[in-house]
Ligand binder design. Sequence first.
Ligand code: PEP
Length: 245
Amino acid sequence: MTYIVANWKLHGSQDFVKNYSEILGACLNTAPKEKNITTIICPPFPFLERVALAGVIHGFSAGAQDCSAYESGAHTGDVSASMIKEIGAGYVIIGHSECRQKNPNEHQYISQKILQVQKAGLTPILCVGESLDVHNTGNADSFVLDQLEKALKNYIDLKNILVAYEPIWAIGTGKTATLQDIVYMHRAIKSAPLLKNLNIPILYGGSVKPDNTSEILTLDTVQGVLVGGASLKAETFNFIVKAAF
Ligand code: PEP
């Protein structure tokens, strides 16, 4: 299975969803069945239901970009995992670095959010990754393993999760991690005590573009890519999807 995930961040409109779905759908129609490609589109919340409905017609899944750490209650502005499930999405991105940066206490909520996602019957896409400062110290692997340990400490259904390694210095910068960096970190994640022998799909994210997707997907530690900027034009995203054909 290869996972191709689009994170639209704060972009989109109702018309955008319609046009994008049709263009992406035409591409997915030509996908070789034996390749087993799962395409997941993660729009802002107001468009999630539309994306989920369009996905039923055009052959992709919908995911949310975040969810509440709570099931219900006095949490103005939050959206719960069960609400996300109810409108037809299948996945939730948790721990994206932009959410972690916006809320310095985010790390305290990640394991709770993952539990909510599991309880709702959805699959979390857990993002981990180090800053440039941490990268330059040479301790990126222990930093990422610590993020994983904290996020997954209470998680029971460890088989039902995707992990995306997204070095912060590669997100939106045009600086993709080297293939060696990716393999090194993916191996470290795969051998993390909690994940060992579970064969969890591990994705890479950080300036993935049409011209570097193929080489990233040929790495045997990589089961997919999480794409931000290059997912915002359906035609460009189609080239990335086609790299998995
Ligand atoms: C992301 O938003 O997770 C991401 C990887 O962004 P970009 O592809 O733009 O680096």
